[in-house]
Design a protein around this ligand. Sequence first.
Ligand code: PLP
Length: 403
Amino acid sequence: MGCELLLRPASGGMVMEYSAKIARHVAAIPRSGIRDFFELVQGRDDVISLGVGEPDFVTPWHIREAAIYSLEKGQTTYTSNLGLLSLRKSISRYVRDFFEIEYDPAKEVLVTVGVSEAIDIALRALVNPGDEVIYHEPCYVSYSPSIVMAYGVAVAVETTKQDGFSLKPEALEKAITPKSKVLMLNFPTNPTGAVASNEDLEGIAKLAVKHDLIVLTDEIYCELRYDGVRHVSIASLPGMRERTVLMHGFSKAFAMTGFRLGYACAPQPIIEAMMKIHQYSMLCAPIMSQNAAIEALENGAPQVQMMKDSYHQRRDFLVKRLNEIGLDCHTPGGAFYVFPDIRNTRLTSKEFAMGLLEQESVAAVPGGAFGPSGEGFLRCCYATGMNDLRLAMDSVERFVGKL
Ligand code: PLP
């Protein structure tokens, strides 16, 4: 790092000490463990990857066609900062049907550049320096850095395998202090596939009301719930709509990662504050992606169901095989990840993942990349074709057998 930051310009000018130039709170943020690991895999086409959390399906054709048609019609301009009103109306209808919550498309919906942007601007809109932001861990790699970049204090609540990696109200309560301001939730969870029971969600909601917390709920995997269970968002529980920012997007269930589109629904004063940051930093989301998203919401349900059925089948296969191999694996209720326990191999999650990559050319992410409580586990993403999943599991079996 020191070498990267101390560069002598080719022109022979002054040596620039970049380490002193980078903002301290940014310099202190570690790089994503996923990125570091996947740089090793780049350019190797012999590797089966269970690593990147991205659907293996191409965006359904009718959605791509809507983007193409938008370009053909010459729609290449900025949109309203909030996003196209027609899209916000579709989002409002979809959210009402799926989550049973009403949001006014004129004032309570903001279209963002992915859920990533929604998380960033929600935190920046709400957090004052030193406010505590609580989240459950293991969690998506961006949560803690996003809190730090908003000058908040990141407070992780460890979840455990015994609890199916769900957040228990009792554990949450212990983490709440007078400085707690925001609670971040993500069910189904990346990287564990965990879901929260209705009882736990109600307990969490009561604590949020009691301690006057604002809740950011990242619902990006909400369509991908299995075993016929209906997904419930904390935003729909009594007393929660007014204190919740519901964040969702198109990357996962609609297989639209590259379109970079998401949204936030919340009471108008919060959307207004988020919109100010969005307006000055992003301006608006790309218009062709917004047009594609309307098509996704209006006509995408059959394809979403087809992809979900396929993920469901793959989840069942992976859980069965991992348990047969001797890596204890709970059955996750959603998303497209399994999180087997590798502690009985006596390897760290990094040693396991590196060994599997070197010896068997299979890439999976060390659980430690998702926070200290992910150590001892491995994240395997099953948004990968069945044939590759079969080969990958045979490789894991060989690798574990040799230990
Ligand atoms: N939130 C979670 C929990 C995720 O897993 C991801 C991507 O993997 C994101 C947010 C980012 O989503 P987007 O592509 O909408 O920015």
